[in-house]
Design a protein around this ligand. Structure first.
Ligand code: ATP
Length: 220
């Protein structure tokens, strides 16, 4: 059976999540309290409903508790975002993902049962900064406020060395979790793996450790 998704709030964020899910073949129930916004998605989402997501009865009528993933993408109206999240949590929705505006908003969302809280602008900003700092950083993903993953092209100072030679885990506290080589992903590479030109290293670790490694080996 296909996974069931409901997206609440069809602004730029909720709208792009909806479009991407539909493009990937998923069924999406799209909800917005604004008629004009909802109408924009009539030909895109599987089902579009004009509704206020802070109304418990409406959510129950839409069978929201049966949806596996619900995304709350209400931005400016923090009260509505919190109330909708609380209702979803009380209804026992399995995966609740919410867009947060501020750190305080995030704190409250986590307390009331959001499983995942996102700050899309902040995360995109951090990603862009890393791309700008070094052309060798292919991607940057924040896993939490502490941990991050980077994908970086192997620089001359890394090429020809084994993972053991580099001793990254002991020296920096981060780990090479995979190497992308010629389009193939080698997960959990062995300690004796020799880093080759054009390899892309996937590193996981605390931000501080990753930044220190980036500064010594990747930045250009
Ligand atoms: P983005 O940055 O993603 O464009 P935003 O952070 O500016 O969005 P808003 O535009 O405030 O956020 O909200 C996103 C959408 O959520 C809007 O289309 C709005 O109509 C809808 N929305 C706001 N409150 C509710 C609610 N209670 N129920 C359903 N939809 C809502």
């Amino acid at each position: 059976m296909k996974k069931q998704f409901a997206i609440i709030g069809l602004g730029r964020f909720g709208g792009s999540v909806t479009k991407e899910l539909v493009e990937q073949g998923a069924d999406v129930l799209a909800i917005d309290s604004d008629r004009t916004k909802a109408d924009e998605f009539r030909d895109i989402a599987t089902q579009v409903v004009i509704a206020n997501a802070t109304d418990e009865q409406v959510l129950r009528e839409l069978d929201i508790p049966l949806y596996e993933h619900v995304v709350v993408a209400i931005g400016n109206d923090i009260e509505a975002s919190i109330l909708a999240t609380l209702l979803l949590s009380e209804m026992g929705v399995k995966h609740i993902c919410v867009k947060a505006e501020t750190d305080h908003h995030e704190k409250v969302l986590k307390k009331i049962g959001a499983h995942r809280v996102l700050h899309p602008e902040r995360e995109m900003g951090a990603r862009l900064a890393h791309h700008l700092l070094s052309a060798n950083i292919v991607d940057y993903i924040e896993l939490s406020s502490q941990d991050t993953i980077i994908e970086a092209v192997a620089t001359p100072s890394l090429i020809g060395q084994t993972i053991q030679d580099l001793n990254i885990r002991a020296l920096y506290g981060c780990t090479i979790i995979a190497i992308r080589r010629q389009g193939r992903l080698m997960a959990a590479p062995q300690a004796n793996e020799v880093i080759q030109a054009e390899d892309v290293l996937v590193l996981l670790g605390p931000k501080k450790a990753i930044y220190a490694f980036e500064k010594d080996f990747i930045a250009n």
